[in-house]
Design a protein around this ligand. Structure first.
Ligand SMILES: Cc1cc2nc3c(=O)[nH]c(=O)nc-3n(C[C@H](O)[C@H](O)[C@H](O)COP(=O)(O)OP(=O)(O)OC[C@H]3O[C@@H](n4cnc5c(N)ncnc54)[C@H](O)[C@@H]3O)c2cc1C
Length: 421
């Protein structure tokens, strides 16, 4: 615990900025700020490269078109290399219905709507990029155990292998995930809505190769996504009611594939192989504010979403791009990075995107559950309406690609900082 008001102070290591959480989003922010002239610390609870890393696990991520631009701008994209599989079309449909929507890269005039990359590959790219950065200090494994904000500083107590160290900066960024301890310790309000579902993930292989299509299919139990991976494999994310999860995980591969076949149909032929499965509990968590004095929240610490439509990390990367842009401009202008005007600029920039994406994913996760015939017909009409009204289809495509709303410099393919001259 921090010493009370006795006046006793321990000397604290100082940085311009401290990022709590070196996952995909916190690590991404550190990469974005590399070379920006700031002294940055990243505090990450898990050892680098640990198989149990909570951010770089078996998840496979559908990165949007905008996320690719951001990752290019922060130097990570070339490192994803041959592991990134392009998405050229997306089909949205529901089981037992006739309505479906096709989104095609050609209608959006892009080479790919997005790319599919294993989370571990993105994590390794972040790790490599930070490994020899002289302006970024990574404390790992190290856990933030206390946070205090004063008018001038944000101060942290960090437990590094049993040794408690104090660090301080003008600004701390909470990138410590859905259970953010920074958010909790500072008493930042959060709205929590459990879905009563788990996302079961697996890698599956069908016998009919199909290049570049991603599928989002609404089944009675919940949304089912199949994302194309390299080598003819597909990443499955299937939301199931929590009471069914243990049973689904316990199925033999053969029975699991038969169940998948019933839910998805034969668009990819017959499923012949499945990896081991893992389940993630699904809950939406939205922080009341994306910043409070001397603290900014990004990624899952600010918004944890249902994985339908694969938006969580994409939204987090847009937080990264906006916050990095605001911070670099503030640093260039001189003065305090944690001042209210800087945080206000970040918060107001991100509010609309965060709110709209959270509302859309929540709507999709809830409205498309259940097989009640009249409701299914309404959903069919909705899908048909989107398919046959190009402007609606285009809007959906822009949302999936992360192109809606005010774009950051990185998302526009520009360097983070306005160049002189
Ligand atoms: C099944 C599934 C599929 C998904 N698919 C997609 C997809 O296709 N596309 C997409 O965009 N998103 C997807 N997502 C969402 C995406 O995975 C998350 O949004 C993203 O990983 C969040 O990253 P983060 O860095 O904000 O949080 P986290 O990954 O939770 O990272 C937080 C980090 O903080 C560290 N930490 C926590 N507490 C402390 C502490 N006290 N001190 C120090 N460090 C700490 C942790 O060790 C961790 O490394 C999916 C999610 C799920 C569950």
């Amino acid at each position: 615990m921090f010493p009370g008001g006795s006046g006793k102070t321990l000397s604290a290591r100082e940085y311009d900025l401290i990022i709590v959480g070196g996952g995909l989003v916190g690590g991404g922010l550190a990469c974005a700020l590399r070379g920006a002239g700031l002294r940055v610390a990243v505090i990450e609870a898990t050892s680098p490269g640990a198989a149990t890393h909570p951010s770089y696990d078996e998840r496979v991520i559908a990165l949007s078109w905008t996320s690719r631009r951001i990752l290019e701008g922060i130097g990570l994209w070339p490192r994803l290399g041959t592991d990134a599989e392009p998405i050229r079309t997306v089909q949205v449909s529901q089981r037992g219905g006739c309505g479906e929507v096709w989104i095609d890269r050609r209608a959006e005039a892009v080479d790919a709507l997005g790319h599919v990359v294993p989370a571990r590959v993105i994590g390794a790219a972040i790790h490599d990029r930070l490994a020899n950065a002289t302006d970024i200090v990574v404390h790992a494994p190290a856990r933030v155990v206390d946070v205090r904000v004063t008018p001038q500083w944000a101060e942290l107590e960090v437990d590094q292998s049993g040794l408690i160290e104090r660090l301080r900066a003008r600004l701390i960024v909470a990138a410590d995930g859905g259970d953010s301890s920074v958010r909790q310790r500072l008493g930042i309000a959060v709205r929590e809505r459990p879905y009563g579902q788990d996302a079961v993930i697996a890698t599956v292989t069908p016998d009919r190769p199909q290049v570049g299509a991603a599928f989002e299919r609404f089944t009675e139990s919940g949304p089912l996504a199949l994302l194309p991976m390299t080598d003819g494999r597909w990443s499955l994310v299937w939301s199931v009611p929590q009471e069914q999860t243990a049973g689904v995980l316990a199925l033999s591969d053969q029975d699991f594939l038969a169940r998948l076949q019933t839910g998805f149909g034969y668009r990819l032929g017959r499923f012949v192989r499945a990896s081991s499965r893992r389940a993630f509990p699904l809950v939406q968590r939205l922080a009341g504010e994306a910043s409070t004095p001397r603290v900014a929240l990004i990624g899952n610490a600010a918004h944890t979403l249902h994985p339908v439509a694969g938006q969580g990390l994409n939204l987090g990367l847009r937080d990264v791009a906006a916050l990095a842009e605001v911070l670099v401009a503030a640093h260039r202008a001189g003065g305090d990075l944690g001042r209210a005007a800087v945080l206000g600029a970040y918060r107001s920039w991100r509010r609309r995107d965060q709110t709209e994406v959270a509302a859309t994913t929540d709507f999709l996760a809830r409205a498309f559950i259940g097989g009640w015939a009249p409701l299914r017909q309404v959903r069919d009409l909705g899908l048909l309406g989107i398919e046959f009204v190009p402007v609606l289809r285009h809007q959906l495509a822009r949302r999936l690609m992360g192109r809606a709303g005010r774009q950051t410099r990185l998302a526009r393919g520009l360097p983070l900082e306005v160049q002189d001259g």
